[in-house]
Write a protein that binds this ligand. Sequence first.
Ligand SMILES: Nc1ncnc2c1ncn2[C@@H]1O[C@H](COP(=O)(O)OP(=O)(O)OP(=O)(O)O)[C@@H](O)[C@H]1O
Length: 617
Amino acid sequence: MSVRFPQRRRAAGRKPQLRLSELLKSHRFPWVCAVTLAWSSTAAGLTLPWLVQDVTRALIEQSPVTRPLLMLTALTLATALGQAGCGWLLARVGERLLLNLRRHVTDHILRLPMPAVRACGSGDLHTRITSDAAQVRAWAETAVVHLPAAGLGTIATLAAMVAVDPVLTLLASAAFVLAGAPLVGVLARTRRAASDQQAALADLSQRFLSQLVALTTIKAYRCEARATRTISHAASDLSSASVTAARLQALIGPLVGLGQQVALVTVTVTATHRITSGGMSLVTFSAFLFLLLFLPSPVTVTALGIAHLRTGLAARARLETLLALQTEQEQPRTKPRPAPLPVRHAVVFRNVTFTYPGTGRPVLDGLSFTVPATGLTALTGPTGAGKSTVFSLISRFSEPDAGHIRVLGQEVGSWQLSSLRRRIAYVEQRTTVLEGTVRQNLRLGSPDSTSDDDLWEALKTVGLHEVVQRLPYGLDTLLGRGQALSGGQQQRLSLARALLTGANLFLLDEPTSQLDHTSEQQVLQLLQHLAATRPIIMATHRPATLRHAHHTIAIPPPADRSTDPAEAVTTRLPSAAHTQTPAIHRADETHHDEVLTPALPPPESVVRPHSHQETSA
Ligand SMILES: Nc1ncnc2c1ncn2[C@@H]1O[C@H](COP(=O)(O)OP(=O)(O)OP(=O)(O)O)[C@@H](O)[C@H]1O
C-alpha cells in the first residue's frame, strides 16, 4: 500500500536528527514560559478543592463566605488565564517549530540524489513535509507541555485524595485500575495505527498527484472514472486506517469515564455508610468528591497524551527515515587531479556501465566516447538507448557502476558538486517552467543581479522576446499556475535560461523537438555560434539537427552493445559544412585526439554569458 523508501544509509553512530532538545533549541524562552504557565494553571486548579472545602465549611458553620468565594473566583480566573496564555504561546512556538522542521526536511529532500527522490515518490514526500511534520509538532507540545502537566495533575490529585481520605483513595484507584485495564492495550496499538494511517495518506497523495500530472491524457481518453477509482482505492485504505486510529482514540475517554463511574459508586456507598455511622464529616466527603470529579480530566489528558506521543513518534520515525537518506555528496569523493590546460576533451566516457536501481539490466554497458572541447556534438541513438542517462551521469545526478567519466578535464567524482553543476547548462527533454515570474524562471541559473537588459537579450536570441512583451506583465508575468506558455515557447525559455548561465558545457536534450522548422533553424544557428567557444552536446533524433552537428556520437541499443561495446559507439568527425557526408569512425581515443574543432565565426547576436573564473578546468 505505502510507497517504499530506499534503503536508508545512516552513518555509524549518527544520532537521531529529531531529538526534542534539537527541535526546541531555537525558541527555548517561549517554551519555558508555556511550560511554566501550564504547570501553574494545573497547580492552581489543584487548590480549587481546598477553596471549595472552605466555602462549604463556611456555609455549614454560617460564617462569612465572601473571602473564600473571592479567592475561589480569583483562582478560577487565574487558572483560565494561565491556560489561555499557555495556548497562545504554544500556538506561536509550535508554528515556529513546524516552520523550521519543514524548512529542514524540504532542504534535505531537495539535496537527495535523484534516484532516491524517485524511489520515495512525490506524494510520499509531500505527506512527510505536511502531515508528518505537523504530527511531530504535536508530539513536541505533548511531550514538553501537556503530558507533564497532566501527569503532575494526576499525581497531585491522587496525593490530595490520599491526604483527605486514604481508604476512599484506595477504593477509587482500584475502581479506576479495574475499569481502565483495557486502556493499556488501546495505547499499545495507537502507534501502529498512526503509522498505517500516515502510510495510507502518503499513498493517496502519491496516486492523486500522479493522476493530476496525467490529467490531459486522462481527459483525452475519457478515463476520469477509472482514475477516480484508482484514487478511491487509496482513499478507502486511508479511511479504514483512520477509522482504526479514531476508534482507538475514541475508546480512551469512555474507559476513563467508566473508571470514574465505578469509583463514584464505590466511594459514595462507602462514604454514606461512614457518614451515617459518624466516621466521616460531610465537609471531608465534599472535598473528596470534588477531587474525584476532577481526577478524570488529568487522567484523560494523560492517556490521550500518551496516544498522541505514540502517534508523533510514528511520524518522527518516518521523518527520521527520510533524513537518514544520504544527500548528494557536495565534497569530491575522489582527490581532484589537475587537468592539463586547456582541456582537449569536454567529456570522456571510458567503459561506463550504469544500471537503474531495481531494473537488473544495465542501460549503458561499457560505453566509451569522447566529446571535443568545442563544437556541436550530437548524441543520437534509438529511443531508450540511454542518451538522457548519459546527461544524467555527466551532471552526476546518477553515478556509474563501473568505468570512468571525465568532465571538463576532471574525473566527474572529483568535482565539488556545485562547481560541476555551475559549469553545466542542462536543458531537460521535458522542458521545465517553474511556478514564478518569467524573470525568476530566466534567472534560475544566473545571479539575481542579472539585468533586465541581459534577460531581454537572451529572450531575443531565442526568439521569445515578442511573446514575453505581449504577456500582461512582461517579465513579471507569473508562469505556472497563472499564464501558460506553449511547448515550443517553454523550450525557448529553457534555452534562454541556459544561455544566461554562462556555463562551460551545454547539455541539451532534444532542444528543438517542439519548434517549427524556422525556429529550429534559428536555434541551431545560435548553437553553432555558441559552439565555437564551448562544447555543446545535444541529444537528438532529428535529421535537421544532425546536419548542423560538428560531431556525432551514436549510442546503440543495449542489445547491440552487449556484443561489442567499443564497436558500437561511433563518432562522425566534423565536416567543414553540414552539406558533406561525414565519415563514420570508431570512438576510440586515437580518433578523438585527431578531432579538429571547426572554424566557426564568433557569436554575434548571442548573449554574452557571464564568465566564471574557473573556465580553465
Ligand atoms: N528512472 C529510471 N528508472 C528506471 N529505468 C529508467 C529510468 N530512466 C530511464 N530508464 C530506462 O533507461 C533506458 C534509457 O533511458 P533514457 O531516457 O536515457 O533513453 P533515451 O535514449 O534518452 O531515450 P529517448 O530518446 O526516448 O529520450 C530506458 O530503457 C528507460 O526505460
